[in-house]
Design a protein. Structure first.
Length: 124
């Protein structure tokens, strides 16, 4: 996928395709805001999926990582204004940045690991 800002009319399709291609990749979810600083909400959990809900006056994006009862997080981004695929810093790494109308930035970074490495990390 090419880095850059994703047009709003493509958010649903883009996030659906991205989720399918990156399911199981190890994700870190950070929230950065003027009032809260930089807060890490999840680290080292596999991506379950990302989705945009823009119908019927809804305006949110959800990021779900973990997928297990003891390791699960769904982060909701209300009133997103921009979605951007950030350029990869190295092979097997990607990031999506979502800016909300209140100035908060949610940064979701991904790295690809072999399935046996993921299983080993989750069993710790």
């Amino acid at each position: 996928m090419n880095a850059g800002q994703v047009p709003r009319e493509r958010w649903i399709k883009f996030l659906d395709e991205f989720s399918k291609e990156h399911q199981g990749w190890i994700a870190t979810v950070e929230v950065i805001g003027p009032d809260i600083g930089d807060q890490e909400e999840a680290a080292g959990l596999p991506l379950v999926g990302m989705s945009a809900d823009l119908k019927d006056r809804e305006n949110r994006i959800e990021v779900t990582v973990g997928g297990r009862p003891d390791a699960h997080l769904t982060h909701t981004i209300d009133n997103p204004q921009t979605v951007e695929l950030k350029p990869a810093e190295e092979a097997g790494h990607e990031a999506i940045e979502v800016k909300s109308d209140d100035g908060t930035i949610t940064l979701v970074t991904f790295r690809h690991l072999m399935p046996e490495v993921v299983e080993r990390q989750l069993s710790r």
